[in-house]
Design a protein around this ligand. Sequence first.
Ligand code: UDX
Length: 456
Amino acid sequence: MEKKSITSRAHCLVLAFPGQGHINPMLQFSKLLERQGVRITLVTTRFYSKNLQNVPPSIALETISDGFDEVGPQEAGSPKAYIDRLCQVGSETFHELLEKLGKSRNHVDCVIYDSFFPWALDVTKRFGILGASYLTQNMTVNNIYYHVHLGTLQAPLKEHEISLPKLPKLQHEDMPSFFFTYEEDPSMLDFFVVQFSNIDKADWILCNTYYELDKEIVDWIMEIWPKFRSIGPNIPSLFLDKRYENDQDYGVTEFKRDECIEWLDDKPKGSVVYVSFGSIATFGDEQMEELACCLKESLGYFLWVVRASEETKLPKGFEKKTKKGLVVTWCSQLKVLAHEAIGCFVTHCGWNSTLETLCLGVPIIAIPFWSDQSTNAKLMADVWKIGIRAPIDDNKVVRREALKHCIREIMENEKGKEMKSNAIRWKTLAVKAVSDDECHALVRRHHVGPASIRNW
Ligand code: UDX
């Protein structure tokens, strides 16, 4: 198919998986494309679309059905039932959407689909449209699942230590959680592996990472997938190169943002521990109690995001606003991480949180929960060297004393200073990755970023 020139306003349809960790980077990438003159239609599920706020008015919105429009995914009863229905109803309604847009002369030139929806490429190709797979997880994790797809790595794991091309040696505790739940329920690992079933038919394979972070894997994967592009970090400009004044947040935001910033404003530089575990992780009562006691008994300040659905797990009598601590149900994480009062981030290591902290130069204490998070924790501790993984006991709980020790290591010791300076180095490289000059250089070296869309 002929490539459309930028002057004729190419139309990209961006199909995002219904989740904060997917909408955030894909919407951010959409805004980047828009600035290059591309017209964008953002698509997600009907149920999830009710959560969307602050999508720029210039971006059109459409929806598909996952089969659970009214009550949401929990109606499915199990992840497998949800995935199966999503694939069936999602591909039917996506087909209908492309047909509708075609008939209304709102023709789509390119579909950028979340790699969790490999069926979207099959639908896209029926219409003869260009298709780009967008990988929202990091390249090490993608590499692991790709090897399961190739048959060179099996679940359940046989080896004690896993060796894969261009990756550090991985212990079991570093692997995605679905290897360990496989025998009981193979559906989750299958879901992640199926991303690669038809990826060689995609016109581009995009990943929210930046070259310097993953250069060995990127150089290696480019030999296999010449159409691979590292397009990240897809973070609002205010937190990177500051080129676009009004690019201050992802599209989905919630309340109580300013309360956090006001509270942080009078705290000394580097004195606050920020604690947040993304939009999905849920901890048991015991872990919540250990966390709460650690924060209360530690000497320093803390800002803790406890989602509304988790609040009942806070120990009885735990005060949500004191001189030393603030508990909120949500915050603008980027604004918080960028605040100079923040000294370290206690995180589950979701890929977006990890990438955001790399871009903002904040050291990490990792308490991974599931999925890719253990692998991200391994990379941040042993490859990028910007933090430590909190040790767990035999019940898989991080105890208060262990966490207090980690906080002291980062906030008070030499080791913490080294991690901070490593984090600042990654921040500098992230800014370079999206800066104009660097982008032009990277275009030649297989990077798609600002000003390079014409080279697709
Ligand atoms: C999910 C998976 O759990 C994760 O492992 C995968 O890598 C991506 O998809 P989630 O658990 O929500 O994501 O974590 P993360 O990837 O860190 O994304 C959370 C997003 O919500 C981040 O962009 C973060 O900035 C934002 N956030 C989180 C807020 O803006 N405010 C908050 O209070 C908490």
